[in-house]
Design a binder for this molecule. Sequence first.
Ligand code: F0G
Length: 458
Amino acid sequence: MEIPFAESWKIKMVELIKKSTREEREQWLKDAHYNVFMLPSSAVYIDCLTDSGTGAMSDRQWAAMMTGDESYAGARSFYELRDVITRLTGFEYVIPTHQGRAAENVLFSHLVKAGDIVPGNSHFDTTKGHIEARKAAAVDCTVDEAKDTQLEVPFKGNVDLKKLEAVLEKDADKVPFIIVTITNNTAGGQPVSMENLRGVRALADKYGKRVVFDSARFAENAYFIKMREPEFKDWTIKEIVREMFSLADAMTMSSKKDGLVNMGGFIATKWEDIYEGAKKYEIPFEGFLTYGGMNGRDMAALAVGLDENTEFDMLDTRIKQVEYLAKKLDEYGIPYQRPVGGHAVFIDADKVLDRIPKEEFPAERLAIELYLEAGVRGCEIGYLLADRDPVTRENRFNGNDFLRLCICRRTYTNNHMDVIAAALKNVYDRRHEITRGVKITWEAELLRHFTVQLELLG
Ligand code: F0G
């Protein structure tokens, strides 16, 4: 008999979670203005809101925390972290920040000014927010295949090089850098191929531009390159990571994902001028150069996390769990962004709740139904998250409308995956009865989906 696949870790500590009744959930959701971000976590049974800062640390990481150096300046934990980052990426200069968006804030304060254009592949919402808040434009150059959720192509996160070149040809003087998000979260945790990264590098060189990687899930991206790009099948993850970053000038990082820690971020670069420019904003926004919003112990845990998560077995365990959930959805015929990505399943809500008009935010309604069904919390990555156009103030309905179900790293078992799948199936089976969505009763100007207040229609 073939030995089945199993996790590359065992469990040493557990946290209790609680089920609830449908009546309780109805009341809690009403109190939360039908926005799942506003639910207390005690009201959630299985939390798939995000894979950000929600993973389980290893015993080695917890042990490293005890050795953290909390010195204000020159902490040993900083140098340990810097050395790991330099070893993995080749980048010599490292600036710690309290999380990914803080890295964006510090770096973009130096690099982005009003009137600029920053092309990339489906900029994450905070990335886009930091660009637009500076009165610059984020131009999405993702390949068109990403929009067709049923199309099976290996690298749906890629940059469309023709679109990118069109932007550079027309407006090169306005482009401070190109940003590539690995993996492409908004398009469904979809990877970007090494071939594509090389293509971006070549265009950047042709037009004299720099390339920044938004690297939150860089290790998962490297895993997909190994599995799907024949040239790299015998490379280690660490070798692939090094090759990927050799094609970039700088990176922003949310360490809360592939860094396997609960909080943290950083900027890293090979260029002294970028480092010197960013430094000026680091101190007022984040803190001194050797801690930047992070505790010494957290930097110590991150150094171990980055090392651990760039090993094949860790990534294989993680991504196979996401695939396990996706296979269940295949059995039930539930449409999602195919092939499934690295950190989440992205349910194609437009296709599931096809009677709900766009203006009533189908994915948000699906998030509500899934929560009511079994206390499973997902997150809308769709028309609400897309915000309004900053000029016309119209809703942006041109992307996909997803319900994202994130899988936290090393946190839930496949039994939890079975619960998520069964709950979704129940909602899917009664999808034709769900004909109305939600109405916005209050929204913030920027990044509205976190705090939006909604009314349930019908
Ligand atoms: N870039 C990407 C690709 C991200 O997915 C995120 C966060 C950030 C930047 C910002 O990092 O949260 O540390 O400030 N994504 C989380 C998510 C919030 O749920 O996808 P942060």
